[in-house]
Design a protein around this ligand. Structure first.
Ligand SMILES: [Mg+2]
Length: 364
């Protein structure tokens, strides 16, 4: 695949409201849109600035300059480039994700194939949750009720106030959504292993599908302890940032499930590698997201449709933004639907994208 040009566009889009989790809060989502061109065909990608991989718009743009010489004016092979970039830029998985997603979009368009089809998947829609950040019990209940009205069939609740307060909020959501809605819980590393075990015991009767990242990301012993001593499935998120760590989690049974995010796995190539490991070990999990636009959310939806092992999808960040810069990913009956077009199947609205462009002075 011949690449003529690589372009990066840093953008900032306001969120509809402040999004707060146990490790911090955010009012604006910053992303770098990646554009690759081969003759007159364009592929689009999205790299998200985020605190999990500790990448900023500045570091993503800098890494993209380092990637330019590996692709521009060259005839490339996707996986080969991915391996090279991971070696060259080990601290920039989100930056690599932006390019890797754009290259997948381009390849799909050139071969007239949807991305899920490139990996032998099937189209079935992707049931996604809506996430409720850290907020009071009343606000939590109001948000849950609003999301159910909009058609969502799963609610993810961010926790981290403390076991009792968090339990009250989760109970309030269960009371309002009834028993047919999934409730997922994400602690974002807020607890000690002992607190997490207490929490999980108290959650027993609330029919919770899983608890995500209860303990600090580096506390592998604590993660394993919580996993082995509780009945509710424990999902690793911040702990797993690479296929190598996915392998370790599976072989050492550190967690029951894995949350893949394209910004952590360095894109679809890395995401697929983690999926293959999950399939080998019969481990299930979820595809999640950072504060991304619908460009890379579509990429996550494609990945979801390549395997049965991604049982859940937390692909909701584009719903939280005040503007949507790409069309083609629809939401209907609680599910995201990728379009009939090849590649990612999205159309980027260039005018809208330019409206959100960050000034270069501000990022130099
Ligand atoms: Mg999480």
């Amino acid at each position: 695949m011949k690449i003529d040009e690589l372009e990066t566009i840093p953008i900032a889009i306001d969120r509809n409201e402040v999004f707060r989790i146990s490790t911090g809060s955010s009012l604006t989502a910053e992303n770098v849109i990646v554009k690759v061109r081969s003759d007159n065909v364009t592929g689009w990608g999205n790299a998200s600035a985020n605190s999990v991989t500790q990448e900023s718009v500045e570091s993503i743009l800098k890494a993209s300059e380092g990637m330019r010489s590996e692709v521009e004016g060259k005839d490339i092979e996707l996986e080969e480039v991915w391996e090279k970039l991971r070696e060259k830029l080990p601290g920039n998985p989100a930056a690599i994700a932006g390019l890797d997603i754009a290259l997948h979009d381009l390849k799909g368009k050139l071969e007239e194939k949807k991305i899920w089809d490139m990996y032998g998947g099937r189209e079935q829609g992707v049931l996604t949750d809506r996430t409720i950040g850290l907020m009071t019990k009343t606000e939590t209940r109001e948000h849950a009720s609003k999301f159910i009205e909009k058609g969502f069939k799963a609610i993810k609740i961010k926790i981290g106030f403390g076991v009792l307060e968090d339990l009250r909020r989760i109970q309030a959501v269960r009371d309002i959504v009834g028993k047919d809605t999934d409730i997922w819980v994400d602690a974002n590393q807020a607890f000690t292993p002992e607190e997490a075990i207490t929490l999980c015991q108290k959650l027993k009767n609330l029919d919770i599908q899983f608890v995500e990242q209860p303990v600090r990301e580096g506390d592998l012993e604590g993660l394993k302890k919580v996993t082995s001593e509780t009945d509710i499935p424990i999902m690793a998120d911040e702990t797993i940032k690479s296929p190598e760590m996915a392998e370790k989690i599976c072989t050492e049974e550190l967690a029951d499930m894995i949350n893949i995010k394209l910004m952590k796995s360095a894109g679809l190539t890395g995401g697929r590698k983690i999926v293959e490991i999950m399939e080998d070990y019969s481990v299930q999990g979820m595809v999640g997201c950072m504060g991304e636009t619908s460009i890379s959310i579509a990429a996550g939806a494609h990945l979801h449709q390549t395997t049965e092992n991604l049982r859940y999808a937390d692909l909701d960040s584009h719903f939280m933004l005040s503007d949507n810069i790409a069309s083609g990913l629809d939401f209907k009956d609680g599910k995201l639907w990728t379009s009939d077009k090849p590649g990612l199947g999205v159309d980027v609205d260039k005018e809208k994208m330019e409206d959100h462009r960050m000034e270069l002075e501000a990022i130099s």
